[in-house]
Design a binder for this molecule. Structure first.
Ligand code: SAH
Length: 382
């Protein structure tokens, strides 16, 4: 919802300022129509229905992957494409085994875009190869989360075996990552404005993560700002400047050593680990010596945690590292005291995985793809 338009419309109608907050509270709880907003006068609800669209985004297509990951392709009112993804992790505390398993904790994590397209040109990323349009507004960012909030609140889930009623309320969306299209630190004002409202939806700052290519002025702002700490992830992908510049031209502007210094300052101020994202490209950045070089960069050990990312095909010339190479790389890091995990890949069959978000009709694969107009017959949230 365009919150500025909402406020302006209410002011024009001589409505008290608290009405905007009332509408927002309904939206944050997953309302899908003004009719549901029963503490608003009926005439006002009908008026708003005509003058302030419930979303600033138009849903164009949606797709559900076999693992429950759901992608939505939207366009803005000026026809700029963007995508968002909901990752549904099954299970919950009741079902978890004695060994914690992130795929079974029942989490709902939304992956948001901060820009339509991306002005950076990382050569392995599908978004980097599409045209850059513009920064998204705070409302356009929030509307991605609200889209999934509405879907989850309308979905009913089968009860666990121990419950006798037919269905239980859907789990809340409780995590957010800015790992969709775009570079969030190039649109930081709007990203932070959106983050301020995410807690109303049920997503707390400590469960929100901003991922960056290493845009130092933005990292510094996150270090120095007042307000709660939002988690920080750095897309590193190479342990030396020569290779990193080849993969990510932004490295010419902000070289590795300077970016890591900015991350250390953030860690000092925020007392959280920086998540280092490292894409595993077969024969490119996955050799033993490269793991050793990466470990040498990541000091102090308490400041960093590595997340190794299996490469998702994007039509580039790269191939993903083998499972064996990923495991060996991880062991080499851990032997040197660098905590490292391997990211679960989700949504690959609908091109919703990291780096695969390229809109504008290029993503037509998979028989699970549905048109927005067919949505009513479509049951998500299993
Ligand atoms: N611009 C920010 C936010 C986008 S996040 C950033 O780069 O951090 C997208 C994440 O997915 C980044 O870590 C990115 O490097 C990674 N990624 C890009 N292409 C990928 C691919 N083909 N396979 C797996 N991960 C990819």
């Amino acid at each position: 919802m365009d919150l500025d338009l909402l406020r302006a419309t209410l002011a024009q109608r001589g409505q008290p300022a608290f009405r905007a907050q009332q509408v927002w509270e309904w939206m944050a709880r997953g309302a899908s129509s003004y009719a549901q907003m029963t503490n608003l006068p009926e005439a006002l609800r009908a008026d708003l229905e005509r003058s302030v669209p419930l979303s600033s985004l138009v849903l164009e297509r949606e797709a559900v992957a076999s693992d429950g990951t759901e992608k939505a392709l939207f366009h803005t009112v000026d026809a700029r494409p963007l995508e968002a993804v909901l990752m549904r992790y099954r299970g919950g505390a009741k079902h978890s085994a004695s060994v914690p398993n992130p795929s079974r904790d029942g989490r709902r994590s939304v992956c948001l875009s901060s820009q339509s397209g991306c002005p950076l040109t990382c050569i392995f990323c599908a978004t980097g190869s599409m045209a850059y349009a513009r920064n998204l507004t705070a409302s356009e960012i929030l509307d991605q989360a609200l889209h999934f909030r509405r879907k989850e609140s309308s979905a009913r889930h089968p009860a666990s075996p121990s419950e006798s009623q037919g269905a239980v309320p859907a789990p809340r969306i409780d995590h957010c990552v800015f790992m969709g299209m775009g570079e969030p630190l190039l649109n930081l004002d709007n990203v932070l404005a959106a983050c301020e409202r995410l807690p109303d939806i049920g997503i707390h700052p400590s469960s929100t993560m901003i991922s960056t290519v290493g845009w130092i002025p933005g990292i510094d702002r996150l270090t120095d700002r007042d307000g709660p700490t939002i988690r920080l992830a750095l897309s590193l992908h190479a342990p030396d400047d020569a290779l990193r510049s080849e993969l990510m031209p932004v490295n010419e502007r902000y070289p590795l050593a300077d970016v890591l210094d900015a991350c250390r300052r953030w860690h000092e101020a925020r007392r959280r680990r920086v998540y280092i994202e490292y894409l595993m490209l077969g024969g490119v950045n996955d050799r033993y010596e490269q793991a050793v070089a990466l470990a040498a960069l990541l000091t102090p050990r308490t400041a960093f945690k590595v997340n190794l990312i299996p490469y998702n095909p994007t039509g580039s010339a790269f191939e993903g590292s083998s499972r064996g190479a990923i495991d060996a790389f991880r062991s080499a890091l851990e032997e040197r005291g660098v905590p490292a995990t391997v990211r679960l890949t989700r949504g690959r069959d609908i091109d919703a995985a990291c780096g695969q978000l390229a809109a504008a009709g290029t993503v037509q694969r998979g028989d699970v793809l549905t048109r927005a107009s067919e949505r009513s017959s479509h049951r998500a949230g299993r």
